[in-house]
Design a protein around this ligand. Structure first.
Ligand SMILES: Nc1ncnc2c1ncn2[C@@H]1O[C@H](COP(=O)(O)OP(=O)(O)OP(=O)(O)O)[C@@H](O)[C@H]1O
Ligand SMILES: [Mg+2]
Length: 532
């Protein structure tokens, strides 16, 4: 159980929410939603006890399992399976058992009796934690989440951010925590794992808070919704399932819009009245008060308009290039003894639209990285055609420099880019004023995605390599990106588990990994993107 009293959250000096009194009880499966940057991850972190709130208090009972949004988190010592098992302290209990076993073998009389008693206690503890079945349970969860058996014995620090995150998720689900706080759990999961997770969570009996841009997941799992309203700086609690919540919220917004219109009217009346009265010396003070109130009413209204905006997005006209700007010939990649793919060839023609499909670990991200010249292939080679200008969107935003600011990242994304133009593009991606001096490391997931896309927009790329570009985006921003993708004239190679994104691309061809087979796109391939 987690509850908060008069909680206040801030981002630097900016107020995110205040006066938050919420409870997460057993059986609550809460969808926590709101615009990018509204403060969802900040709240999750505070609920988990990883940071202190700006004000108010959090009470917690029972074990909490927290999955942060950032893949660059979690322990990096030991092996994969040890990491997962440690969630129930099974490694510790096993060590104590061995110790007592030794005592029983070496002692006599009363000491032996004591040791035997202790043994039955430790054994009971061991059974309670799942006993010998636990290892296989942990393995089953891990494989369901796309952690292949081949990596169970691997050291954590040799794995990718995405793999580490899947392992952390497996660990949390295995831990038997009473309350789960999951921040974008479907990032880095393939379609099969997402379906498994959906089913797993929809019967979860503890408390659950889930932040996700995956509407299907939210819809199937949640029985309550917390909506964080960045305009009013509050969290609205809806004791409703997803569909009813959407209806209710629409009504609420409608009501508020009316209230806003009323306020606007009121401001206008106050203004007029105030101006009239200002002329009379005897009423000057009252007039001042009225004008101030009108001003105040207006300024709160302007606020709303700015925050309701969505990034207006268009990818620019691609610069000219030859018939085949990019191709890969007989590419192979192994990580140590793990073979990812062998002899994959692909030809990316000018303006063509290609989707790469394959299960987790089939090498989709790896292939894109090789095509983007970010990673060497073991065999084969990538050929850059005449006039190629590449735009690469990396799943974990590795192309961004986390220590540098938004503006600095933007400036270094194109050689002759000047500051006014950079600021202009950033503005259309909703980074305005002093925001552009924020270092990337403090940005929310969706804000990082927005910035990475902004850096693509300034380059007149004629081939875009996009790795899960819709992860983290709130629904309104996602729509905007997909619209821009549909309009774009250049070639696109897309990796995505988001069926809507694939639909928006209107793909012509598909490359299936790990075999590298190529085919004309058929609608039945949608089943492989995300089965529903
Ligand atoms: N140290 C800081 N200084 C200034 N702003 C910060 C700092 N840390 C976080 N922020 C800002 O706080 C806001 C809330 O971030 P948070 O990660 O909680 O958003 P979110 O709702 O989880 O968004 P998303 O949907 O994109 O994940 C963001 O605008 C972020 O840029
Ligand atoms: Mg977040």
């Amino acid at each position: 159980m987690i509850s908060t009293t008069a909680l206040e959250l801030r981002a630097g000096a900016r107020l995110l929410v205040s006066g938050v009194n919420v409870r997460i009880n057993h059986g609550d499966r809460i969808g926590f939603v709101g615009r990018n940057g509204a403060g969802k991850s900040t709240l999750a972190k505070v609920l988990a006890g990883e940071t202190l709130p700006a004000g108010g208090a959090v009470q917690r009972t029972g074990k909490i399992g927290y999955l942060p949004q950032d893949p660059r988190t979690g322990e990096d010592h030991g092996t994969v399976i040890e990491r997962i098992l440690s969630a129930r302290d099974l490694d510790q209990i096993a060590a104590r058992m061995t110790q007592v076993e030794e005592e029983m073998a070496t002692t006599e009389g009363a000491a032996l009796e004591k040791a035997m008693e202790r043994y039955s206690r430790v054994d009971a503890e061991f059974q309670a934690a799942g006993g010998y079945a636990a290892t296989s349970e942990a393995e089953a969860i891990a494989t369901s989440l796309g952690v292949s058996e081949a990596v169970f014995g691997n050291q954590l620090d040799t794995l990718s951010g995405g793999q580490r995150r899947r392992i952390e998720l497996a660990r949390i689900l295995f831990s038997g925590a009473e309350t789960l706080l999951l921040d974008e759990p479907t990032n880095h999961l393939d379609a099969d794992s997402i379906i498994w997770l959906r089913n797993y969570l929809s019967t979860y009996s503890g408390g659950l808070v889930i932040i996700s841009h995956d509407v299907n997941l939210i819809e199937q799992v949640v029985n309550k919704v917390f909506y964080i309203d960045g305009n009013r700086n509050v969290i609205d609690v809806y004791n409703l399932g997803w569909k009813q919540y959407l209806l209710q919220r629409e009504q609420d917004e409608h009501r508020r819009k009316k209230e806003r219109a009323n306020a606007e009217k009121k401001a206008e009346i106050l203004q007029k009245q105030g101006e009239k009265m200002r002329a009379k010396a005897s009423k000057a003070t009252a007039a001042q008060g009225m004008l101030r109130r009108a001003e105040k009413l207006r300024s709160s209204l302007d606020d709303v308009r700015v925050k309701d905006k969505v990034a207006k997005l268009r990818f620019p006209t691609p610069s000219p290039c030859g018939k085949t700007p990019l191709s890969g010939k007989e590419l192979s990649k192994n990580y140590g003894s793990l073979e990812i793919f062998t002899d994959v060839s692909c030809v990316i023609d000018k303006g063509s639209r290609v989707v790469i499909l394959g299960l987790n670990g089939a090498g989709k991200t790896t292939l894109l990285k090789i095509l983007a010249n970010q990673l060497e292939s073991d065999t084969g080679k990538v050929e850059n055609g005449h006039g190629l200008k590449l735009g690469y969107y990396a799943q974990e935003h590795e192309m961004l420099d986390f220590e540098r600011t938004i503006l600095e990242n933007m400036m270094s994304s194109k050689d002759d880019l000047r500051e006014p133009e950079a600021r202009n593009v950033l503005g259309s991606f909703l980074f305005v004023g002093d925001d552009v001096h924020k270092p990337v490391k403090v940005l929310s997931g969706g804000e990082r995605t927005r910035l990475a896309l902004a850096t693509l927009v300034v380059s007149a790329a004629n081939v875009l390599l996009l790795d899960e570009p819709t992860n983290n985006l709130d629904p309104a921003s996602r729509e905007e990106i997909l619209g821009a993708l549909t309009e774009y004239q250049g070639a696109v190679v897309l990796v995505s588990h988001d069926e809507g994104a694939v639909q928006a691309l209107k793909p012509e061809r598909v490359i299936l990994l790990p075999d590298g087979d190529e085919d004309i796109w058929k609608d039945e391939y949608f089943d492989l993107v995300a089965i529903d």
